[in-house]
Design a protein around this ligand. Structure first.
Ligand code: ADP
Length: 493
């Protein structure tokens, strides 16, 4: 079941209450009925006995004094009226063949109140109490007993209506049917509210925990004051957060240390390869191997630089040593470094745009531009062009890097600048760490700028960054032609 706990608790409470009320109600009704029947049985037994005695003692009815049938009837009625309860009581005296002799009560007609079988049983056996239905279709509790008057056998039936019992039971059932559902509704609402209150601290812990991201690992959950399960939960989660934080810090330290260790040997290798490439007498194959090794060393150096920058951001010590530089110059340097990579894929790198002076930390911004252009080359199909452009709106100096690659889905675009995010592939995955764009954003934001991507899946992407305006070096200069200053179509040699 996917229902929230508070709804489930409310449903359980109501179900339990319904079962309890049903069981209790059934017991109550059965017991009430039995008690009322017992009382009525006692009444008819008593009435029957009293009436028998008065009939036997009454000379007119027992045949000692002969009167007309009308007088007999009157005497019987008088006795019954005196003995039996005034409402709902009836009585009848039958001879042994079942013929009614006298009767009392409006409901009793001319027909015998009991069947032949019951009368026969009364004639041969002890008095019996049973439930009857006759005349007005009401149910009666009846006492059927044998009277011997001067050797004559008579059957006396004394009965009392069960209508009061049925009414009382019906009233109780109706009350239960009305009160039960109301109680269910009230209990359900109360259970829901109680569960909601009880779970509120858990809800709060969940909300707080959701807000603690990898970048806020020193945050802790508020610990509820009452010493109950929620307090223990919060304490346990906080202890877990502390362990995670410790682990992450250790991992970051290890990464930072390892990156620093790797940087120096890589720089030495790069220099040695450069020196080796200066040697004239070298076979083209050997030269190609060296060039390829140098590209790999460059790429590793960039990854190491990203890791070091990310460690500095984590430790809150990304300090910028800013100086005014020509953005275009930074771009050209980045393009120059990546040209061998682009050439190897037959990708054209084209730089457009004016020279704008920006106030930046040059190596850091260099890393950003290199990451963006490296990505563009990496995701570009063979033989396509990557356009890099400097431009400005009035407040910002901007750079855009546009490729003709696979593009990016809108759903991925909003996460691309998160650390270690790697988009679901629109093309074969060229491999990577998912760190480059995150570093770009951190460095650009540290410079007070912004970075974003525009993309149409299948048609390419444009990654842009904007830095607060410093001043243009040549504000009036017309836009530079496409392939300027060291920028040439790849494959030219
Ligand atoms: P990676 O080392 O994986 O390239 P990045 O942070 O540089 O890490 O990039 C994150 C993800 O962004 C990449 O995995 C890729 O899916 C997507 N991406 C980056 N640049 C481009 C681009 N120019 N074209 C298409 N997808 C790109």
């Amino acid at each position: 079941m996917n229902l929230p706990i508070r709804v489930r608790l409310a449903v359980w409470f109501v179900t339990l209450l319904a079962l309890t009320v049903a069981a209790l109600g059934a017991f109550l009704v059965i017991q009430l009925r039995a008690d009322l029947l017992g009382a009525i049985d006692e009444e008819v037994r008593f009435g029957s006995q009293e009436l028998s005695e008065s009939i036997i003692e009454d000379p007119s009815q027992n045949g000692e004094v002969h009167e007309g049938p009308g007088d007999q009837m009157r005497d019987f009625k008088d006795d019954a009226e005196a003995i039996l309860s005034p409402s709902g009581s009836v009585a009848q005296l039958l001879d042994s063949s079942g013929r009614p002799l006298v009767a009392y009560g409006a409901a009793v007609g001319a027909r015998p109140m009991v069947s032949d079988r019951v009368r026969a049983a009364a004639l041969t056996g002890p008095a019996q109490t049973l439930t009857l239905s006759f005349g007005d279709q009401d149910r009666y509790r009846a006492r059927v007993s044998l009277l011997r008057i001067k050797g004559e056998e008579r059957v006396l039936v004394v009965a009392e209506s069960l209508r009061p019992v049925d009414n009382a039971v019906r009233r109780v059932v109706a009350l239960l049917l009305v009160a039960g559902p109301s109680a269910f509704v009230v209990t359900g609402l109360a259970a829901y509210w109680l569960a909601y209150r009880a779970l509120r601290p858990v809800e709060q812990i969940t909300t707080d925990a959701q807000e603690i991201g990898i970048d806020r690992l020193d945050d802790r959950l508020a610990v509820p004051r009452p010493n109950d399960e929620t307090r223990r939960l919060a304490i346990t989660l906080n202890a877990m957060l502390a362990r995670i934080e410790q682990g992450v810090l250790e991992k970051r330290r290890l990464l930072a240390d390892a990156s620093h260790e790797l940087r120096t040997p890589l720089a030495i290798m790069r220099n040695e390869i450069d020196v080796a490439l200066l040697v004239d007498e070298m076979s083209p194959a050997a030269r190609e191997v060296l060039r390829s090794s140098r590209e790999e060393v460059d790429r590793m150096t960039r990854t190491i630089d990203n890791l070091i920058t990310s460690a500095q951001v984590d430790e809150g010590r990304l300090e910028l040593l800013t100086t005014p530089v020509d953005m275009r110059q930074l771009l050209d340097d980045a393009v120059r470094a990546l040209r061998p990579l682009a050439d190897a894929k037959n990708v054209r790198l084209v730089v457009h745009g004016d020279r704008w002076e920006v106030q930046v930390d040059p190596p850091r911004l260099q890393l950003v531009l290199t990451n963006l252009i490296d990505n563009a080359v990496k995701y570009s199909p063979h033989g396509t062009t990557v356009r890099i452009e400097t431009w400005s709106n009035d407040e910002e100096i901007c750079v855009s890097v546009t490729d003709e690659g696979p593009g990016i889905f809108a759903a991925d675009a909003q996460h691309l600048f998160d650390r270690f995010y790697r988009a679901g592939s629109l093309t074969a995955d060229p491999g990577g760490s998912g760190l480059g764009l995150a570093i770009c954003r951190e460095v650009v934001v540290a410079h007070g700028g912004r970075i974003w991507v525009d993309s149409t899946p299948g048609q390419g992407s444009t990654f842009s960054l904007a830095l607060p305006s410093w001043r243009s070096l040549q504000p009036q200069a017309p836009a530079a032609p496409a392939d300027i200053d060291g920028v040439r179509p790849s494959g030219d040699g």
